[in-house]
Design a protein around this ligand. Structure first.
Ligand code: PMP
Length: 439
């Protein structure tokens, strides 16, 4: 099938986050998927070490999801949700709030993580405004944070390549320092001890700008896309305390950590820290249909409901709560519950941790980080060629039948939550073999 792709077809698809001109001649193609595996068009089987792109938490080809979507499409293919609705949207919202901690009981639907982030940032600013604190407009993100690709998301995000080509960012945004520190924390198992004091950056920004100008802080409880960066012990608690002290909203971007990745429904529960807003996408529908959701606490929802205007929040998407996505979401949540997948990461965490840390002696490995069913394996960059070693690992792993993800020279692993211990061994053994071949 790959040989059937014409030059025109190769040129036609401008691939996202891809070095198109280096890659297009021989694109890696995935043609089929089931359970823990993909198959290439020529029939090669590839063990999925990243749940697609951190999203296929219940494994591939779940027939219940396919059936639910097909039935929904045959019954109601599309319905607007502006000033009207359809039952599945309410049903899904009601099901999801059973999973969220505390009073995060109201759901705004989007179609992606990026849209969830922009929605959350807008809710935060508008919330203060409806409460009569219109001066609270500043947003605070974090270095190396990834919050999708909307202008709001790249503004609060802290990955320079995602920002530097795109002109002016949102005004009034500051960044906390990131928490990656290999000097102090290399090869820590789970969350590192060192670094909680980095949360004090927030006090410094409050002192600089005054709390009355700050709307919200947004962080990934565990940063995934930057290469698996863990919060030091006590760090998120500290951020929460400083936000409370100054009336600042705390947003957890849980597009990756939501839906079982850390062995709890959300990262908020794993870390036992209660945010005011949670953004999600990915695992919400097992990656089968695009969908995102933003969860807000009661006080935020109530403020809009009791606010000054008739329509509370001028925001929404044509496809907010799309029927097909709602059907996929409901079927996915059913699977998670029936198979206990939202806590399976906790059951497997020790075996996973031992397996990934067995790579410590592999060539060029300078750090290994793990949490739940996630791992980051950082390789020493080649002199003058940052990212080259990581990319070589990605290519060779794919040839060897395992799908990994890399950010620069860091390998990220986040397999479907259905992975068996034998498959964990297979994934790590094959990765170790590949690492031995990389000079
Ligand atoms: N936030 C986080 C934390 C993410 O990891 C991602 C995607 N990796 C996004 C936002 C953006 O999601 P999407 O690609 O669905 O827009």
């Amino acid at each position: 099938m790959s040989s059937a792709l014409t030059r025109d077809a190769l040129e036609a698809f401008w691939m996202p986050f891809t070095a198109n001109r280096q890659f297009k001649d021989q694109p890696r193609l995935l043609a089929r998927a089931e359970g823990m595996h993909y198959w290439t068009p020529d029939g090669r089987k590839v063990l999925d070490g990243c749940a697609g792109l951190w999203c296929v938490n219940a494994g591939h080809g779940r027939k219940e999801i396919t059936a639910a979507v097909a039935e929904q499409m045959a019954t109601l293919d599309y319905a607007p949700t502006f000033q009207m609705g359809h039952p599945a949207g309410f049903e899904l919202a009601n099901r999801l709030i059973k999973l969220t901690p505390g009073d995060l009981n109201h759901v705004f639907f989007t179609n992606s993580g990026s849209e969830s982030v922009d929605t959350a940032l807008k809710i935060a600013i508008a919330y203060h405004r409806v409460k009569g604190e219109a001066s609270r407009q500043r947003l605070i993100g974090r270095e190396k944070g990834y919050h999708g690709v909307g202008f709001g998301g790249i503004s609060v995000g802290g990955l320079s390549n995602n920002r530097k080509y795109f002109g002016a960012m949102l005004p009034g945004v500051d960044h906390l320092r990131h928490t990656l520190d290999i000097e102090h924390n290399a090869f820590t198992r789970g969350v590192p001890e060192w670094g909680a004091h980095l949360a004090d950056d927030l006090e410094r920004l409050v002192a600089l700008h005054d709390a009355s100008t700050i709307a919200a802080v947004i962080v990934e409880p565990m940063a995934g896309s930057a290469g698996v960066i863990l919060p030091p012990k006590g760090y998120l608690q500290k951020l929460r305390a400083i936000c409370d002290k100054h009336g600042i909203l705390l947003i957890f971007d849980e597009v990756i950590t939501g839906f079982g990745r850390l062995g709890t429904a959300f990262g908020a529960q794993y870390f036992d820290v209660m945010p005011d807003i949670i953004t999600t996408a990915k695992g919400l529908t097992n990656g089968a249909i695009p969908m995102g959701a933003v969860f807000v606490r009661k006080q935020i929802y109530d403020a809009f409901m009791k606010g000054p205007d008739g329509i509370e929040f001028f925001h929404g998407y044509t496809y907010s709560a799309h029927p097909a996505a709602c059907a996929a979401g409901l079927a996915t949540q059913e699977i998670y519950e029936r198979e206990g997948l939202l806590t399976r990461g906790a059951d497997l965490a020790k075996a996973w941790e031992d397996a990934v840390h067995s790579l410590r002696s592999a060539p060029n490995v300078i750090d290994i980080r793990n949490l739940g069913l996630v791992a980051g394996i950082e390789l020493q960059p080649r002199a003058g060629a940052v990212g080259a070693r990581g990319y070589e690992a990605l290519v060779k792993c794919f040839e060897k039948g395992i799908l990994i993800r890399t950010t620069g020279d860091t390998i990220a692993l986040s397999p479907p939550l259905i992975i068996s211990t034998a498959q964990i061994d297979e994934l790590i053994t094959r990765l170790g073999e590949v690492l031995k071949t990389i000079a």
